[in-house]
Write a protein that binds this ligand. Structure first.
Ligand code: ADP
Ligand code: MG
Length: 270
């Protein structure tokens, strides 16, 4: 990987939207896979008790020893929770349903919003030589998502090209603002990515128009099309880039990775 990207500290991106089923997990898995394909070293942190990112990246539930839960509430090191994946440049901290109780358990702790922030800044992180950490958030603005926003440099928001897509976005932006005011003043919006886009559908086009009118440059040029290969890939425990490298879905996630890298190189060059 070229120098502007590989700094001493990895860029941490929370992939968030409190709506379920908008493409957070799909974007986490495939963007991670596309960045790794381009030579970046990536850690995915599965922060959803459903553990779909873990399954999608090929980690069987039986193989999840220590998990994100242990990283947050226990006294385990990163080394003990990080698992390798099929790609040598892609690692994961898996999740299990244990994590669903963390939201309530963490309430009692004083540093409750900083647990993930601190966990991802342990000194043994350096030896993984990571470029990016992608956090797959749960479909809620709960304490887990707040932990992701406090730990992250930026928030990437998947927006499903559907009815009411933009509803709820203001609530998400409000949470970002709150985190900025209280715990993480430099938190940026990385961008909004349109998912499950159907070019033949007027509604998709309407959502794109509204999003670009309202959010301007925050909306990525790249749109992720609705593509059946994307939805099939997780049941083979693969990213769509592995499952069908030439599919429209795989190409779109490569474009998204490229757009993200370019943006970061431009920022680094300034
Ligand atoms: P979230 O993590 O936000 O709940 P998911 O990533 O799990 O959303 O996606 C919800 C559903 O939509 C999943 O079944 C997934 O396979 C499907 N899906 C996501 N993106 C696409 C796409 N581009 N084309 C087709 N199906 C998709
Ligand atoms: Mg999900």
């Amino acid at each position: 990987m070229s120098d502007p990207i590989r700094g001493n500290t990895p860029k941490i991106i929370a992939i968030a939207n409190q709506k379920g089923g908008v493409g957070k997990t799909t974007t986490t898995i495939n963007l991670a896979s596309a960045l790794a394909e381009k030579g970046a070293r990536i850690l995915v942190v599965d922060l959803d008790p459903q553990g779909n990112a873990s399954t999608g990246l090929g980690v069987d539930p039986e193989d999840r020893g220590f998990t994100t839960y242990d990283l947050l509430v226990g006294d385990v090191s990163l080394e003990e929770v990080i698992l390798p994946t099929e790609s040598s440049d892609l690692f994961i901290v898996p999740a299990t349903v244990d994590l669903s109780s963390a939201d309530i358990e963490l309430m009692a702790t004083e540093k409750r919003s900083f647990l993930l922030h601190d966990a991802l800044r342990q000194p043994d992180m350096d030896r993984y030589e990571l470029d990016y950490i992608l956090i797959d958030c749960p479909p809620s603005l709960n304490l887990l998502t707040v932990n992701a926003m406090v730990a992250a440099h930026s928030v990437l928001i998947p927006l499903q090209s559907e009815f009411f897509a933009l509803e709820g976005l203001s609530q998400l932006m409000l949470s970002v603002r709150e985190v900025r005011q209280t715990a993480n003043p430099n938190l940026r919006i990385e961008g909004v990515v349109l998912t499950m886009f159907d070019a033949r559908n007027n509604l998709s086009q309407q959502v794109e128009e509204d999003a670009r009118d309202n959010l301007g440059d925050l909306v990525f040029q790249t749109k992720i099309p609705r593509n059946v290969r994307v939805s099939e890939a997780p049941s083979f425990a693969q990213s769509v880039l592995q499952y069908d490298p030439q599919s429209k879905g795989a190409m779109a996630y490569r474009d998204l990775a490229q757009e993200l890298l370019q943006k970061h190189m431009m920022v680094a060059a300034q």
